[in-house]
Design a protein around this ligand. Structure first.
Ligand SMILES: [Fe+2]
Length: 220
């Protein structure tokens, strides 16, 4: 099958969900806006790295596509949805996007358990992370449904909503490590590449980080 374009990936994402602009404003569809911002961010980072920006954008659009079927099981549902339609080169992102470097323990908000853990881990163990996996993993950690923010604010928000888990501190360090790795490769600060991030969010980076670390440093 020919490589899917970002426009085709977008069409696939909104198929059956968004019929007109008003549908994008519905709170049940907020996750679609998160996918749109993730796609824009992934393209921008990929282009900065002189990679295929359109492919990165396509991956950003579909990474959460499983939410069409079931929010709770969206990684596995998304993978199934794309595989059934023959989009093998996109399907993996549904399983890899929440796990930094495709490591099942490097996830925010707890992570999968039981059968879900077994199925996702079986996939991750057989798929080394690509730079595109890493880009979408990064984007998922600073793209909201309202636009771009800092990873510090995003992680603090996730921690306040979902709580502290035994891997929270390790995941935080891994997130910062991934950010630094990409910044080194891009030759610029991540937040420089996203001037849309509000001044307030940027000014609060240190206090958000301190508050987050205070919450999670007892997590081990
Ligand atoms: Fe996401």
């Amino acid at each position: 099958m020919e490589k899917i374009t970002s426009a085709q990936a977008y069409a696939l994402l909104v198929d059956g969900v968004i019929e007109n602009e008003n549908d994008l404003k519905k709170s049940a569809n907020k996750w679609i806006l998160h996918c749109i911002y993730t796609a824009i961010a992934a393209k921008r980072i990929a282009e900065r790295l002189q990679l295929d920006g359109d492919y990165a954008m396509a991956l950003g659009y579909v990474h959460d596509i499983g939410r069409k079927i079931d929010h709770f099981n969206h990684p596995l549902e998304g993978y199934k949805y794309l595989m059934e339609r023959g989009y093998e080169d996109l399907a993996g992102i549904c399983l890899t996007h929440s796990f930094i470097d495709n490591d099942i323990t490097m996830t925010a908000g707890g992570g999968p358990d039981g059968e879900k853990y077994t199925k996702i881990n079986a996939f991750l163990k057989n798929h080394s992370p690509t730079i595109y996996d890493n880009i979408v993993q990064m984007c998922d950690l600073f793209c909201l449904e309202t636009g771009f923010t800092t990873v510090e604010k995003r992680l603090l928000d996730i921690t306040k909503r979902k709580g502290v888990f035994p891997n929270s501190l390790d995941h935080y360090h891994k997130t910062i490590e991934l950010k630094k790795r990409l910044e080194r490769e891009m030759g610029c600060d991540l937040y420089e590449l996203f001037p849309e991030i509000s001044k307030e969010d940027l000014e609060n980076v240190m206090t958000d980080r301190q508050e987050l670390l205070k919450m999670i440093s007892g997590s081990k």
